[in-house]
Ligand binder design. Sequence first.
Ligand SMILES: [Fe+2]
Ligand SMILES: [Fe+2]
Length: 358
Amino acid sequence: MVDSLKKPSFEELRPGVKVPAKDTILTPRFYTTDFEAMEKMDISANEDELRAILEEFRTDYNRHHFVRDAQFEKSWDHIDGEKRKLFVEFLERSCTAEFSGFLLYKELGRRLKDKSPVLAECFNLMSRDEARHAGFLNKALSDFSLSLDLGFLTKSKKYTYFQPKFIFYATYLSEKIGYWRYITIFRHLESHPENQVYPIFHFFENWCQDENRHGDFFDAIMKAQPSILNDWKAKLWCRFFLLSVFATMYLNDTQRADFYAVLGLNAREYDKEVIEKTNETAGRVFPVILDVKQPAFYDRLEVCVKNNEKLTAIAQSNSPKVLQLLQKLPLYVANGWQFVQLYLMKPIDMTPLEGTVK
Ligand SMILES: [Fe+2]
Ligand SMILES: [Fe+2]
């Protein structure tokens, strides 16, 4: 019999259905946008590339990939205690992020169907991929006797509105960072099979190719709208989105360093590698990227990590809420200050390289 103390308890909506993690600034978001503006978008400047990407989506390379095989057919009760909690958190976060992509792409596919059929089909086929990814992760949660009620999540979670160009910056980055996250874990485990503690990571190699293709789609769509890439505002916004995505990942992953340690990874080294690669990739389309090799970049993020640890300790204390807020305030300000300083760091301009093969 498994010692129940070794199985962390999670709040449940119904037996076996986990209450979704509370929304914070660091949790995956759901997005909505200006669908009419999307309908009116002229893609003719890069239509050939977009049609080529559509052909790739139609080929559906991963049609038979997401099948739970014999590797899963065993008990996972030996992943227990804190390790089990970290696994569940990882699966939930990943499932929510994938499902967020599914919802947005599905809605875009539906709304653009009549006015912009090429884009609509691309979005529909990407939503097919994201549904598979989210479904596969939700099935993995069932190995830990839990699942997410995705219908409930659809209705209960707050949606963040972004105008189309911000959707493009954000989803492009989240697809590309997703690609680098999955492939980096896959390659690491390939060379360290002793850390292969759960079979889902075997699936990451083909899986990340879906994310890479999705990222290429947003690359192509941004290139079809040069106005969102070629002025000073684009430079400022690209810096903002790069920094937000990198900082969010770094703060999340350092908080969960123990999860990465189970896989034999150092969370900080892993994140640095993923940030560097994603930044480099983004330079193929963004007019500007961040100078992430400056030691000050991670020094400042580390200050935020420390502040966040203090914030967590305050939230877990028994002090009255008002007192907690007063204690938290200076830490929020300190994090905001670090973010501004990071934002103001001199970026790397990619525009002089235009015309060369990037
Ligand atoms: Fe995905
Ligand atoms: Fe994706």
